[in-house]
Design a protein around this ligand. Sequence first.
Ligand code: GNR
Ligand code: NI
Length: 174
Amino acid sequence: MAIKKILTEPNKILRQISKPVDKVSKEDQLLMDDMLETMYSANGIGLAAIQIGIPKRIIVMDISKNEDTKSPMYFVNPIIKNKNKEFSTYEEGCLSVPNQFAEVDRPATCEVHYLDYYGEKKILKAQGLLATCIQHEMDHLEGILFIDYLSKLKKSMIIKKLSKQKKSSDALVI
Ligand code: GNR
Ligand code: NI
């Protein structure tokens, strides 16, 4: 397994639309292993393949708080159905938008149809943080980031900050 570099905004790759997986292959399983390790090492609760530069419709998640009882989840080609008409608000963050947090409204519950690690068809009914996180990850597959839901002003302030951070870290390399 390997820890991969997580791409951060602004980066055009994050805006790509990810492609469906044909059949869950050994290569896809190895990708999921690397994604999970990368996510844990960054203290995240979810990661989409595009965040490490791979445009496949693959997501890993683990919303368990406890270090000892890890419960990784794998979603290949996920589709969201039966979104609740009622919305919940969560303070969201994103590993591709480091150190920035904002409240986002999303359907409170939803159903996810997907293939698991072994390519088996599954359906999951999600609520609470699970529902929010899966919808945040699904957005990554469409090239959408949570900052896209904020006002133009808030979004541009965040992008400006991240560009500055990138410039100063580039300067360190020289
Ligand atoms: O680690 C993460 N935390 C989080 C908190 C609230 C809503 C969504 C998330 S997902 C995020 C990891 C990430 O960027 N996944 O794409
Ligand atoms: Ni994210």
